[in-house]
Design a protein. Sequence first.
Length: 223
Amino acid sequence: MKIKEIPKNERPIERLIINGCDFLSNEELLSILIKTGSKESSAKDLASLILRDCNGDLSRINYSNLKKIKGMGDSKSASILAGLELGRRASMSVSSIKNLKISDSNIVFDYYSPLFFNKKQEYFYCIYLDTNKVVIEEKLLFIGTLNYSVVHPREVFKEAISVSASSIICIHNHPSGNVMPSRNDFEITKRLVDVGNLLGIKVLDHIIIGKEKYYSFLENGDI
């Protein structure tokens, strides 16, 4: 059934206006972003196909997968990707970690997992803390496959010294979803810990974030 054939008070846009976004299913929200259907499929049908293709996991939606669905052109695909990115950014803006006290790794995961939503590369962040483990600053330092030469302690600790941080927490993502550290991850962590000890700026933890889970070097006794 095409959306225009649905009773007006049951159409996604009208339901959103009357009831709010919370009452709409993922299929209905996607159909609003898609706007119009194709010759073969309605916007609702296309939304259903997208959800079936990603098994209901919105984080798996990407341009190449959208384009494989007949009826999903550049404009429709771009609208969906833009909507997902806005949602991610809104989540991050609400979840600002600055001035927050870091008492355990779960806090870091809760605040940072939305940042890595749908990312295809590795992103390396540092959180800079004061003597009470309250966040002074956060900074994205490196993008791309991380290795011993790329993640240089100079860049990590330059900011720490600049903001007079007492300690730092390092974070990066594994786009594959597998959070187990690689050999490079262990080498990078050891190098940063050693340099931090020389400078008097302790590396409290290195957290690897995957899909719905994380690995903490501290919790696993690797620091």
